[in-house]
Design a protein around this ligand. Sequence first.
Ligand code: G3I
Length: 359
Amino acid sequence: MHFTNSFTAALALAGSALASPTDKRATVGLSKAMRQRGRSFIGTALTLRGDAQELAIVENKADFNSITPENAQKWDATEPQRGVFTFDDSDRYVDFATEHGIQIHCHNLVWHSQLPNWVTAGNFDNETLIEIMHDHIKALAGRYKGRCTRWDVVNEALEEDGSYRKSVWYNTIGEAFLPLAFKFASQVDPKAQLYYNDYNLEYNGAKTDAAQRIVKLIQSQGVKINGVGFQAHLTSEPTTSSGGGVTPSQNTLATALRKMTSQDVDVVYTEIDVRMNTPATRKKLNMQSKAYQRIAASCLAVERCVGMTIWGISDKYSWIPGVFPGEGAANLWDEDFKKKPAYYGFLRGILRGGKNGPA
Ligand code: G3I
């Protein structure tokens, strides 16, 4: 076989029967391939826990040029008591990104979860809760001004039927909490790209339409929003937690992405993992590989899909088995840090997606 360059070689190998999970030649690298296709980044969620094997994978720039702190910037970690800010852990991630010269997707400013009791049970009135939100954004986004590539400004504000989640934010402030949060974030860190981030937007249903409405709402107030994050916590086969759903077709995924880009914002897959009923089998791993390929290909089919982040490296540390017992094996590396077929499916989707119809 003759290849004119490593990119062509990788494309051929990733698509051929030769591209077995142990074939080292097939590794052009995820982020390298993504950037060669004119997009911005491939990232991973990161928890710095001193695992050298995990770290070596994260630090391979051919695969990753962005990180998302998995938990360190959440409210319970950064403002456990009103006005008491704890940034030591969060600082480690921002410093990690700076030292490695990679992007950082900062996560997150306003969310209903991992929110300390002093916020949820404080019975604050509208004015006070807005002040609390403003103070938090000023402190957290202000500390990293100019260093966060993107910020998830508001996380998961929607129910499955497209109505607003009855969080303390919505119950107290109403839908105005969304444009307010984006306004505060844009004032504090004008250079960061500001995102609305949610899960189950990938099915192109009521929740997808509702996310589009959020974009319009924020824009209608003359406030900046740069993008929508599709979390993509998906499944490769029906599971109890998926209610029978599986990773949609490439076309459905791309249609959902385009619903946002038609509003003049970018899109990103922010937290990709594709779980299954465990234990994994060869057949299930191949199905999972195809699901990862569809996700990547849908991004490449949409011009304003600027990047994708996977939610962690190895199955060893995934959040899934703890939350959905009997499900897991959702990542690109297995528990022994070996690349799974899904790695190669994802790479194939990046290399081929959007070129000749569905990849
Ligand atoms: O740090 C404490 C530790 O001190 C304690 O001993 C231990 C006992 O349970 O808990 C530890 O905190 C856990 C934390 O992860 C760090 O490991 C929390 O209990 C646990 O709830 C938390 O889970 C995180 C989850 O968000 C919380 O909602 C997952 O790691 C994280 O992957 C997950 O990520 C979310 C995104 O932020 C938003 N979208 C959905 C996604 C998956 O749920």
